[in-house]
Design a protein around this ligand. Structure first.
Ligand code: ADP
Ligand code: MG
Length: 568
């Protein structure tokens, strides 16, 4: 928890001031019952009216003082915990941005999201509650018990017993209830997920006429959420009634024991009233202590989850400059596995010169996208060397790696303007964006949009056709004038004519660019200097179009099958 606690350090002075206010308030609150007792036992029997007024005034002043101290301290606590949470969340976010893909895979995205939301919330609650009650509640309990023991040990014993009972009951009840609330939260997350999937897949669901099944899926998720919520509610339902019962039972006990002792002349009647005040005070403070313990135990668990991310090592350090290679892009005996179970790429070798084009063909799951992930150093190879710009990719600065323009498979658009989707937070000029859109064969339709480049794109590009979305993504990849352009199945939604025009435009407008094209279409690959045919993570064959027509049966079959379309 040390790292997370460290975030409090810049605010230590404020915390100290707040705690002092709390301390003062607690002392004032502890004095109040003593004054009350004094009025009843001394001033009232003596019919000393000025003394009664005097005490009354003093009590009001103390109560007001305590309230002011508490309000000030609470506001300071709220401010500090907000600030701490804000910086914590900022650092966490920036750390998640710098995690390698392998680390993100390991944490999983949904867990990173819940760390950024739920866990920072828990830490916030912990800081807030501990500052508010961490000093006050234990002080009231201890101070109250000490004072009552000094006044009347017999009654103090009653008090102590009831307090202990309250503490352990609350502790046990909430301990059991909290995990159920976590389950209930998870069940609600599932309901939201089903809803979201349903909303985004609504066309498919209608087209395949599976509304009924979807309804059932939603129904069962919703029923599960209801059941877990009910269980959590049932577990926690005991908490308040039990504490109320203990409070009332304790009051009765205090009065009964007190009355017997007053009758026997062993203590003055005013002490019963004083004790009743202390009793309520201590009882409430005990509840406070129990809740703070729970906050701390939740907060500590969340802190550990945050620290796992905050302290995650840089798993892809930039290595000192090593060997070089004549290849602009290449691989040498590269093997890679995502999970260490089976090889997703094995023994891949190829080499490509500057300004040349690499084509990649292969069935789904054969490792095409994985290969480009390694070129971009999203993952590090387990064995072998990946060459980029003639250097080992592990020795390249992140800056140099940005020289890539990439269209990933299944990439999504932002719900923002067409301009922002192409510029993509890089602040590119409108000329550059327009030029890129023209090369990407996107200008034709952008021009016809109601507000051109400033037209808003709906979430995931729902107001555009598949081919239009794809061309915007290609324009995004081209806009920063990359030295290496990678297109992963970027022609899948384009007709043959547009795809051909796109290839020509890229060669015309970016004559020096090194190209990597993944495509299922032989027509898109045939002009490449080198084509890799991948099968189950291995290079089954490589060569030029003509060479592969000769040597590779799979390539030849694909070419023959597609002939009709390619001639268009
Ligand atoms: P392709 O792009 O040729 O369709 P991929 O390169 O995406 O294929 O995937 C190759 C293999 O790696 C597949 O078996 C796929 O299931 C696996 N794979 C891809 N991405 C991951 C990942 N993030 N974690 C684990 N396995 C993955
Ligand atoms: Mg792929």
């Amino acid at each position: 928890m040390g790292t997370v606690l460290g975030y409090l350090r810049p605010y230590s002075r404020r915390v100290a001031v707040g705690v002092t206010f709390k301390f003062t308030a607690a002392i004032l609150e502890l004095i109040l019952p003593l004054l009350l007792e004094h009025v009843i036992d001394v001033a009232v029997p003596a019919e000393d009216l000025p003394a009664i007024w005097h005490c009354g005034f003093l009590m009001a002043a103390l109560a007001l003082g305590a309230a002011l101290c508490n309000v000030t301290a609470n506001r300071m606590a709220a401010w500090v915990s907000m600030e701490v949470t804000r910086t914590l969340r900022r650092d966490l976010y920036s750390r998640t941005q710098h995690l390698s893909c392998a680390q993100t895979d390991r944490f999983t995205q949904s867990s990173l999201v819940s760390r950024l939301t739920n866990d920072t919330y828990n830490v916030h609650q912990m800081f807030d509650k501990v500052q508010r009650g961490g000093i006050r509640a234990p002080m009231l309990v201890l101070g109250g018990l000490v004072l009552t023991f000094l006044l009347e040990p017999a009654l103090a014993m009653v008090q102590l017993a009831v307090s202990l009972l309250t503490f352990f009951t609350i502790w046990r009840v909430t301990r059991r209830g909290i995990p159920r609330y976590a389950q209930a939260q998870a069940a609600t997350d599932t309901v939201v997920r089903v809803l979201r999937e349903n909303a985004s897949g609504v066309r498919v669901i209608k087209a395949l006429a599976c509304q009924g099944r979807e309804q059932a899926r939603f129904g069962s998720a919703s029923e599960n959420a209801r059941r877990t919520e009910e269980a959590a509610g049932a577990a926690m339902a005991m908490a308040n009634p039990i504490t109320d019962f203990l409070l009332n039972a304790g009051l009765v006990l205090v009065i009964a024991v007190g009355a017997v002792r007053v009758n026997a002349g062993q203590m003055p009647a005013g002490q019963i009233v004083g004790f009743l005040s202390y009793f309520a005070l201590i009882q409430n403070a005990t509840l406070g202590v129990a809740k703070i313990f729970l906050r701390i135990s939740k907060g500590a668990a969340s802190s550990r989850r945050l620290e796992e991310v905050l302290l995650a090592p840089d798993s892809q350090p930039v290595q000192p400059h090593g060997e070089t290679s004549p290849a602009e892009l290449g691989m040498e005996n590269v093997s890679f596995s995502y999970l260490g179970v089976e090889q997703d790429l094995s023994d891949v070798n190829f080499s490509l010169g500057k300004g040349e084009t690499l084509g990649i063909l292969g069935p789904i799951g054969s490792g095409k996208s994985t290969l480009i992930s390694l070129l971009l150093r999203l993952y590090d190879a387990d064995a072998g060397v990946v060459w980029v710009g003639g250097r080992d990719v592990r020795s390249l600065s992140r800056q140099k790696l940005r020289d890539f323009g990439v269209v990933f498979q299944n990439e999504a658009l932002l719900s923002d303007t067409v301009y922002e989707n192409i510029s993509f937070l890089r602040g590119l000029s409108r000329e550059d964006v327009t030029a890129a859109a023209k090369t990407a064969q996107a200008w034709g339709f952008i021009e016809k949009l109601p507000e051109g480049l400033d037209t808003y794109v709906d979430i995931r590009g729902a107001n555009l056709s598949g081919g239009q979305r794809q061309r915007l993504l290609i324009a995004r990849a081209l806009a920063a004038k990359p030295g290496v352009l990678i297109l992963d199945s970027a022609d899948s939604a384009l007709d043959y004519r547009t795809a051909a025009a796109l290839r020509m435009a890229i060669r015309r407008d970016f004559p020096g660019v090194t190209l990597v094209i993944i495509s299922e279409r032989v027509a898109s690959l045939r002009d490449a200097h080198r084509i890799l045919v991948l099968e189950e993570g291995r290079v089954a064959a490589q060569g030029s179009h003509e060479e592969l027509l000769e040597s590779c049966g799979r390539y030849r079959r694909a070419a023959e099958l597609q002939k009709g379309g390619a001639g268009l």
